[in-house]
Design a protein. Structure first.
Length: 322
């Protein structure tokens, strides 16, 4: 953009859609100007309620989000939606799908929708999604949703940047609830049983309840369960109420503060880890040398641990082993 960072920030904070879109693109492309932009925007953010929403592919996340966003819009709130798409280049299509499903919202002045493809991105999706959420927050969104597909580790990472995490499940998948991926039960602040128009919703609810009762009760919050049919809008008002209740229960309280503190700590350490890695691996270690090490390990001439020690020594960082 041919304007100063200050002017750009001003436009974003005024909710200028073009400036917001350009900021997001700039962050996605990791342009040098985006770092300064994000630093300034940080001080303009912190008001939005950030909600992560995760669930199996096709569970109805986008359909649900459109309805939820519409409801928030009706109460005068500005809404941001970040749909993170970690699909492989061979199954791309979800982005277009989201655009079509959210068409009604796409032209609304108070709604910002962005799909991000994160395939192959170093460091996972969380850093990019966090930056985009920050931009939308500064742009005046009261609520920012981050949609992630519940595959891999992405949803667990995203839970660390959200104020609330919604886990979507769908009925009729047999023992699916029992085979919940490790870590997913723990991140849920709220469960949504979507596609409740299909058989098995009650059973899924019973199973979830059993599972919750069996788990360790670490804190007082027991995730509520809301049954929805995203296609018709059934249950959406109840879900919005639960989201507001959760916010009210956590925002000022010690549990909410502890969570935010832990999230900030993890983020800070992650940034440090990345920077250290970049400085050592990218600035001081030669790629050809790495290839030689790989061959040496492959041929079992050397072990990887002693090689890492050696690399640290040679890079001037020191192995830390005295
Ligand atoms: N019967 C029924 N179908 C639904 C419901 N919610 C969503 N669907 C349908 O399920 C399909 C997938 O919906 P999406 O909203 O794209 O699901 P998603 O979780 O965003 O999918 P990905 O982003 O690709 O992981 C669409 O055909 C929807 O119309 C529901 O409550 N009941
Ligand atoms: Mg989707």
């Amino acid at each position: 953009m041919g304007i100063s960072v200050e002017q750009w920030v001003e436009k974003i904070c005024a909710g200028d859609r073009r400036a917001v879109a350009q900021a997001i693109s700039s962050v996605e492309r990791k342009e040098p100007s985006s770092a300064a932009l994000l630093r300034t925007l940080f001080h303009k953010s912190g008001k939005a309620y950030t909600i992560g929403i995760t669930g199996a592919p096709g569970a109805g996340k986008s359909t649900l989000l459109e309805k939820v966003a519409t409801e928030f819009r009706q109460s005068g709130k500005r809404v941001g939606i970040v749909a993170v798409d970690p699909t492989s280049p061979f199954s791309g299509g979800a982005i277009l799908g989201d655009r079509i499903r959210m068409q009604a919202l796409a032209t609304d002045e108070g709604t910002y929708i962005r799909s991000m493809a994160t395939r192959g991105q170093l460091g996972g999706l969380a850093p990019a999604a966090r930056d985009v959420a920050l931009i939308l927050d500064a742009a005046g969104c009261d609520v920012v949703f981050i949609e992630t597909v519940g595959v891999g580790q992405d949803e667990v990472e995203v839970a660390r940047l959200a104020d609330a995490t919604v886990v979507l499940v769908v009925p009729g998948m047999g023992d699916d609830v029992q085979t919940f991926k490790a870590g997913v039960m723990e991140i849920a602040d709220l469960f949504v049983i979507n596609k409740s128009d299909q058989p098995g919703a009650e059973r899924t609810e019973r199973e979830l309840n059993l599972l919750l009762s069996a788990g360790p009760q670490l804190d007082a919050w027991r995730p509520p369960m809301v049954k929805t049919t995203a296609t018709t809008g059934e249950g959406i008002s109840e879900l919005c109420e639960e989201l507001e209740k959760f916010r009210a229960a956590t925002e000022g309280g010690a549990a909410g503060l502890n969570r935010r503190r832990e999230n900030v700590r993890l983020h800070l350490l992650e940034l440090l880890r990345q920077r250290l890695f970049e400085r050592v691996a990218e600035e001081r270690i030669d790629r050809k040398q790495i290839n030689e090490y790989v061959e040496a390990i492959l041929a079992r001439r050397r072990d990887p641990h002693s090689i890492v020690e050696e690399m640290l020594e040679e890079s001037g960082v020191g192995s830390g082993r005295g």
